[in-house]
Design a protein around this ligand. Sequence first.
Ligand code: ADP
Ligand code: MG
Length: 477
Amino acid sequence: MNHPIQSPVPSEAIATAVDHALGLGLLMTRPDGRLTHAPFTLRPTPFPRDAFREAQRLARDFNTLMARVAADNGFLDAIGTLVARHDPFTAELFRIHRTVRAEGPRQTAALGLFRSDYLIHHPAGATRPALRQVEINAIASSFGALGSRVSALHRFLLADRGLSPSDLPPNPALDRLAAGLAAAARYYGRPGSVVCFLIQPGERNRFDQRLLEYRLGRDHGIRTVRLGLRDIAAGASLKGPRRRLVLDADQREIGLVYFRAGYTPDDYPGPDEWEGRLRIERSAAIKCPDIATHLSGMKKVQQTLAMPATAPDSESTLARFLPDAFQRRRVAACFADFHSLDDPGIANRVRAAPDEFVLKPQREGGGNNLYDQEMMHTLAQLTSDQRNAWVLMQRIHPPRARNVLIRDGVAKDEAETIAELGIFSVHFRDADRTLIDESAGHLLRTKPAGHAEGGVAAGFSVLDSPILVMNREPGGD
Ligand code: ADP
Ligand code: MG
């Protein structure tokens, strides 16, 4: 795409934007502990309207898919067997899953706050830009609250441009995610019970969580506590045959545990943290997510669902969960290609075009994927057994835009950028009953073109919002 290079942005415009971001509570902690605004783009980034609407439509399809995967122990166990052999972290998560099942769960309700991430795929010659799913986040899906704030910031900065909501789509992520948490907390139904935000020690993105807490208090009259896995192990007990999760200090009961931690090996430096996780999973508290839903978000699950079926479509793995052919086709249309690492020709294909592949381990949280030289090096070293713990995915090369990235009060010169869309969704179920199933706002994360990885917290991306545009022809960039 051709965008005119704009003259440097006046410093007054930057100061106005930064002040407004701070005023909205668009806050983050710097590595040195001081507060600053979360990094953001000066302007919303153009995003194809049809693809945006399609991503919103897919939210409920993925809710359904994730819920059905989470309920299928046989399917998850088969994946666990593949991955866990060479991955002690994932093995331990599966062990907890089995322990809870063997003992009999004390809670059948589960809340999912998902974020499905997409890049635009628009190869030269294609008539329309298409969505490709990068991954779906089933645990600690972040930036819903701050994403809503960036939408508000951009709306403020463009207030005199006469844009309509169909250009700058409303972003109800903060409201809808808080409403989902509130509904689960109320469903638990015990007066005086609290919601536990399960957090990482030294969390730098705490305002994305705090804004949800404030909403729960203000709009729903719900109390929250912030605890780490270690705090649970040291200061919360299971009470009675129902195994109610109760804080030792003041006997308050935890009705809902909202995980914003627990998805990376770093969150489990020792046995206390694992004990904390196990205690939560065994308890009567509703979890967001429960261990089965957490496991359903594994990249290996994504690969397994997306791998081309050797059998007819109706007998594919995806068909096991989405028997409706119409729905199944809609979902499969956004899947990127995945490649079997057991294919003897794959190493040569990767070597011939490394730019077309990304190699991912079974990890969350950014900064773990391998590209180019590193990918080829690792591929060459993996034993056939170890390969099961990795997925090899088509690398998507989205069209480039231009924007000004602002970090810690400083605007970089306008740069070529790549945007990744996240669509939030809420799914609340009790056994087979669906209680909430909705699309729940969005997030755009923008990074300088040329950076392979994303991630705002990891320091690669900045927060952005979409301005919806008609589809454009590819090429030109
Ligand atoms: P994580 O669980 O660490 O967030 P992701 O699969 O989301 O893992 O990958 C991290 C980032 O790497 C993404 O946000 C995206 O920017 C980039 N990325 C991941 N997969 C692809 C892909 N197939 N093509 C292009 N970029 C990708
Ligand atoms: Mg990701």
